[in-house]
Design a protein around this ligand. Sequence first.
Ligand SMILES: [Zn+2]
Length: 262
Amino acid sequence: MKILALFLCLGLASSCLADIAESRIVLIIDDMGNSLELGQRAIALPGAVNYAFLPHSPYSKTLANEANRRQKEVLLHAPMSNLHDYPTGPGTLTPRMNQQQFRQTLVDNIYSIPHAKGVNNHMGSLLTQLKQPMAWLMQELKQQNLYFVDSRTSPLTVAESTARELQLPTLRRDVFLDNEPTIAAIARQFDQLLRLSKQQGEAVAIGHPYPETLEFLEQQLPLLKEKGVVLIKASGSRSVSQFELHRQSTKLSIEKPFNIGK
Ligand SMILES: [Zn+2]
């Protein structure tokens, strides 16, 4: 695609080159599903915003369907045990589960969210430090053809590294937008996100359907283009789409011998 884009650009010069140089942001709004009103307001945000829905929450199905209708990307927001005993809600994956219970809970969660293309963790500061449950998680996501976004709720998380070992397409959260849900704090985090996206080419942010976050994003997202930044779906990010390309080329090379001579 890039080569094709460059080719098409040769005749159009500078404006086109600026497009290629744009930095990219994967913005995920998670904890979706408990409020219909805030959920609908979040889904109405402009551009390629991604939404992660809690399993078995009152409005998750309705909102996930609505997000999909609006061409937004849907993720499962999988609840996992945390270090502080905060309540995590139905469908929580815990270290006490055996493999069968773990897998069944995860599969029920995945099937409860229509159109899910990937998964990120809700809480999970305890579970994401544990190698065995993370391996079970990634094996199942691989089976189901889903990518994983490590929310990084613990600095000791092994979720991302386990996903990479198993060659699962994976992303990591760079910035939480609204740990402090005030407009001033969200603005600081958003600036940090823009800086990282310029430095790295791509950056991943997680925010929540809080009124302050939504108000801030409603004002700021329409201004991204003039700052040379584009929002992208998580599945369109470099690390996820490279896997897709790799998958396709492996498929092609397997099939190739059958086409010789045709
Ligand atoms: Zn969450």
